[in-house]
Design a protein around this ligand. Structure first.
Ligand code: ADP
Ligand code: ZN
Length: 734
C-alpha cells in the first residue's frame, strides 16, 4: 500500500507549503535541490523559520520573483499521500485548523536538527564490583527497556541517580559507552514464532482476524470478551498476521505508562519489544520512534492516543484495547476520539481496526449490531478462571452510622479474605479524603477562587485541592465566610477517608491507597502496582485507575463503596459509563485460574436500578439493547449527532454576549436540519477564572454537521481573548 514515487518539484518551482502557523498554506519556491511532495521543510515566515509540509503545486498568483525559498528540506521520510489524506480528513472531521493537525503530527523533538552521532551506554560484559541500590536501579532501567541504549545523562535521570553512578558503572565495564547513530532501527519482531496454543473460541476469533488482514483493505472488528477471556492473545495473532504481511501494527492502550506487563507479553510472543509512544518516554526515544515509524523501521508500536498521529509508512492494523475507555477522548486543543480517528485512519490506509473491550461503547455496540463492524465474541474466561459472583448490598437495610461507608456485610467479606490470606479491593471513584468541606456554623462550602468547583480535602498532602485547576491551599481552621473557628467539617467520602475507616476496622491489615494523585510519576505508580501484585498488601483502596487492566493474582473480593455515584444526573451517557466502570472493576476479582472464584459486592441504595440489575444478572446484551433503544428514541448518539461548542472568557458578559450573537444567527444550522440547544452555563461554569458557556448542536445522523457548524461560525469574529472550542461527538450529552 505504499505510495508510488511522490511528485518531485524542480528547483525554483512554485510549491504550496502547509505551515504549522495559523496562516496555513503559503506558496514558496522549491529549494535548489528540488523537493518532493510530503517532505517536511523549514520555510521563512516573517523574521522566523517555521516547520512546514510540502503540500503540492503552488496555486497562488503571487509573482514568482517575490516568493521566498524553502530554507531547508528536513531529513525525514516524506509523509505518504495516505497520511496527508488522513490529516486532512481528521482536520475536517474535528473542525481543527490544518496547521494544528500538522503540529500534532510533528511532535518529534529536534525535527529540525540533522541526525548526529552521539555517545550512548549499553549493557557491558562485566558485573559491577560492588552492587549498590543506585547501581541496581540503573541496571533495572536498562533491563526494563529491553537493553535499549541511552545517553548517560538520560539513563541517570530515568533511574533517579546522579551522573556519577552511571560513570562508575562504565568504568567498571558493567556498562559500555559507544558511538551510536542517533536513530537506530528497532529490533525486528518475528511473527513466525509460535503463540500460545489458543482455546477454541480464541482460535476462531484469531482465524477470522488473520483472514481479514490477509485479504487486505479496510475493515473494523469489535472483539468482545469478558476480562480475562484472552482478547490480548487473540489480537496479538492479528498483529502477527499484519507483521507477516510486512505492514506496521499499532496497539493503543489506555494508561500505557503502566503497561510493563503488556510489553513483556509482546516480547514473549515476538522475541523483541515494540516501540513505545507515550508521555513517559525520553526525548531520544520519541524522536527515534517518530522517524522509524516513517521509515517503516518499527514493526509494532504500543502507544497512547497520540500515537495515531505518527507518520507510519504502511499501517496495516490498529488495535484499540479497552476501546470504551474515556482516556481515548482528547478534550484539549484538538478535540478528538482516538477510537473514531483509528477508524478514519484505517479507512484511508486500507488497514484493519480491532476494537477490544469487555464493555464496548454503545457506539461500537450499535455499529456491530448493524453490521457496519464485524463482531467476534469470547464468551468465557481463559482456562479454569471463573467470572466473579455478583451481589448487591442494600444499604437501606444495613446498620451504617453516618460518617461510615463500609457496611457490616462488606466488612465481614473483607474479614473472611484476611483470614484466608487473600486480597480485597475497595473501589470508590473519588480522589482525596472528602469531596466537600462545610462550615457547620454558617453552611459555607469551601470553593476554589478561580473555578466553579468545591475544594477537595486531601489529607495525605494536608491541603485542599481544586480538581479543576489544581490549585491547593492549607486546610483552614477558621471558616473563611463567618470566621468562626473549629466548625469546618469534611463531608462525604474519598478514597483516603475509606483508608481511615479500613484502618479502624482492620488495624492489623496492610492497606494501600491507589489514586493517581498520590504518585508523582507513572513510574512510581507502576512500582506501587507491582508491589501490590507481588507483595503482602491485604486491602487495596482505589479510584478508577484500579479498573484498568492490572492483574492482582491474590484478589478475590471487590467491594464497590458507592455504586450509585455515577447513576444520578441528567446525562444520558451516565448509565453507560457506570455500567462500564462497575463491570471493569468487578472483573478484577478472581482472575486466576484454579483459585476460588472472586466475589464482587456492590453497595447501593438502588438495587433495582437498571444498571445495577444488569451488572448483577450479567445480562450485558439486554442492557445495551435497552440503552440503544433509549438513545434511538431520543435521537441521541449514535443515532443522532451532537457537537458541543464551548466558549470561555474572563468576563461573563463577554461570553454571554457572544453566545447570544451566535445563537441568534443559527440559520446555517437550521438549514442543515440541525437544532441549537443553549447557550447555557457549561457543566463547570468557571475554570481558572474563565467563565464558560456551552451550546449543543443536535442533528440527525446524516446531517452535514461539520460543514454546517463551519458555515455558522465563519462570519463571527470572537472578541479578543475569547476561546471557542468545537467538540464533535462530546463525551457528555449535557
Ligand atoms: P483479556 O485481554 O481478555 O483481559 P488476556 O489476554 O489478558 O485477557 O488473558 C487473561 C489471562 O489468561 C492472561 O494471564 C493470559 O496470559 C492468559 N491466557 C489467555 N489466553 C491464553 C492461552 N491461549 N494460553 C495460555 N494463557 C492464556
Ligand atoms: Zn480551581
Amino acid at each position: 500500500m505504499n505510495d508510488s514515487t511522490p511528485i518531485h518539484f524542480p528547483p525554483r518551482s512554485r510549491i504550496a507549503v502547509l505551515t504549522c502557523e495559523p496562516v496555513g498554506l503559503l506558496d514558496y519556491l522549491a529549494p535548489e535541490g528540488g523537493v518532493r511532495q510530503g517532505q517536511l521543510v523549514l520555510v521563512p515566515l516573517g523574521p522566523r523559520r517555521v516547520l512546514g509540509l510540502v503540500w503540492g503545486e503552488g496555486a497562488g498568483d503571487f509573482d514568482l520573483s517575490k516568493l521566498r525559498m524553502v530554507v531547508r528540506v528536513l531529513d525525514a521520510e516524506p509523509f505518504s499521500t495516505q497520511f496527508r489524506d488522513f490529516l486532512t480528513r481528521a482536520a475536517d472531521y474535528t473542525l481543527t485548523p490544518p496547521p494544528l493537525m500538522l503540529r500534532m503530527a510533528t511532535r518529534a523533538p529536534d525535527l529540525s536538527q540533522p541526525p548526529a552521532a552521539r555517545r550512548v551506554v549499553v549493557p557491558g560484559n562485566k558485573a559491577p564490583q560492588r552492587m549498590t541500590e543506585a547501581r541496581q536501579r540503573v541496571l533495572d532501567v536498562i533491563e526494563q527497556y529491553g537493553g535499549a541504549s541511552f545517553a548517560p545523562s538520560e539513563l541517570a535521570q530515568l533511574a533517579g541517580v546522579g551522573a556519577s553512578v552511571v560513570k562508575g558503572l562504565v568504568s567498571q565495564g558493567a556498562l559500555a559507552e559507544i558511538q551510536a547513530p542517533r536513530d537506530m532501527p528497532y529490533a525486528r519482531l518475528d511473527p513466525s514464532l509460535p503463540g500460545k496454543p489458543l482455546a477454541a473460541d480464541q482460535q476462531s476469533a484469531a482465524d477470522a482476524l488473520r483472514a481479514a488482514i490477509a485479504k487486505g483493505g479496510y475493515g473494523t472488528t469489535l472483539l468482545r470478551g469478558v476480562t480475562g477471556s484472552g482478547k490480548t492473545e487473540v489480537y496479538l495473532e492479528a498483529v502477527a498476521e499484519c507483521l507477516a504481511q510486512g505492514r506496521q501494527a499499532l496497539v493503543l492502550l489506555p494508561e500505557i505508562a503502566l503497561s510493563a506487563e503488556f510489553l513483556d507479553r509482546v516480547e514473549a510472543r515476538f522475541g523483541a519489544r515494540p516501540g513505545e509512544w507515550h508521555s513517559g518516554i525520553t526525548r531520544t526515544e520519541r524522536r527515534r520512534l517518530w522517524h522509524m515509524a516513517g521509515r517503516g523501521d518499527v514493526g509494532m508500536v504500543v502507544g497512547a492516543r497520540s500515537a495515531l498521529f505518527l507518520p507510519f509508512r504502511d499501517l496495516g492494523l490498529i488495535v484499540v484495547d479497552e476501546e470504551h475507555d474515556s482516556s481515548y477522548k482528547q478534550e484539549d486543543v484538538v478535540f478528538y476520539s482516538a477510537r473514531d480517528m483509528s477508524v478514519l485512519r484505517a479507512s484511508v490506509s486500507g488497514a484493519h481496526v480491532v476494537l477490544a473491550s469487555a464493555t464496548p461503547s454503545l457506539e461500537s455496540w450499535v455499529n456491530a449490531a448493524s453490521g457496519k463492524y464485524a463482531r467476534l465474541d469470547l464468551r468465557s474466561r481463559y482456562g479454569e478462571a471463573e467470572l466473579p459472583e455478583m451481589a448487591a448490598i442494600d444499604l437501606r437495610s444495613e446498620d451504617l452510622p453516618s460518617g461510615r461507608w463500609i457496611s457490616p456485610t462488606l466488612a465481614g467479606a473483607v474479614k473472611a479474605r484476611l483470614e484466608r490470606g487473600e486480597q480485597s479491593l475497595l473501589f470508590l471513584n473519588r480522589r482525596g479524603f472528602a469531596p466537600v468541606t462545610v462550615c457547620r456554623a454558617c453552611g459555607e462550602q469551601i470553593a476554589c477562587h478561580q473555578c466553579d468547583a468545591r475544594m477537595v480535602e486531601h489529607r495525605f498532602q494536608n491541603r485542599l485541592v481544586c480538581h479543576q485547576c489544581g490549585e491547593t491551599r492549607p486546610i483552614p481552621t477558621v471558616c473563611p465566610s463567618c470566621q468562626i473557628e473549629g466548625k469546618l467539617a469534611p463531608i462525604g467520602p474519598g478514597v483516603e477517608r475509606i483508608a481511615d475507616e479500613v484502618g479502624a476496622l482492620f488495624p492489623d491489615a496492610k492497606a494501600t491507597v491507589l489514586s493517581s494523585d498520590l504518585f508523582h510519576s507513572a513510574r512510581a505508580l507502576k512500582e506501587a502496582i507491582a508491589e501490590i501484585s507481588e507483595g503482602d498488601t491485604d486491602i487495596i483502596i482505589g479510584t478508577q485507575i484500579v479498573a484498568k487492566g492490572h492483574n492482582f493474582p491474590r484478589l478475590t473480593l471487590v467491594g464497590v463503596i458507592d455504586s450509585d455515584l455515577g447513576l444520578q444526573g441528567a446525562d444520558m451517557r451516565a448509565a453507560e459509563r457506570s455500567f462500564q466502570l462497575m463491570r471493569q472493576v468487578a472483573g478484577r476479582a478472581g482472575r486466576q485460574s484454579g483459585k476460588a472464584p472472586g466475589v464482587a459486592l456492590l453497595q447501593t441504595h438502588q438495587p433495582d436500578h437498571a444498571v445495577i440489575r444488569a451488572i448483577l444478572s450479567g445480562q450485558d446484551e439486554a442492557f445495551w439493547d435497552a440503552e440503544a433503544g433509549a438513545r434511538q428514541a431520543a435521537g441521541m448518539p449514535p443515532f443522532g449527532r451532537l457537537a458541543g461548542i464551548i466558549l470561555s472568557h474572563p468576563d461573563l458578559e463577554v461570553v454571554a454576549g457572544f453566545a447570544r450573537q451566535l445563537a441568534a444567527n443559527a440559520g446555517p444550522l437550521v438549514n442543515a436540519g440541525a437544532q441549537l440547544w443553549g447557550p447555557a452555563p457549561a457543566p463547570i461554569a468557571r475554570v481558572r477564572g474563565r467563565h464558560r458557556m456551552r451550546m449543543l448542536v443536535h442533528a440527525p445522523r446524516q446531517a452535514p454537521v461539520q460543514a454546517a457548524i463551519a458555515d455558522w461560525l465563519a462570519p463571527h469574529r470572537p472578541p479578543a481573548n475569547l476561546r471557542l472550542s468545537v467538540d464533535i461527538d462530546p463525551q457528555s450529552f449535557l
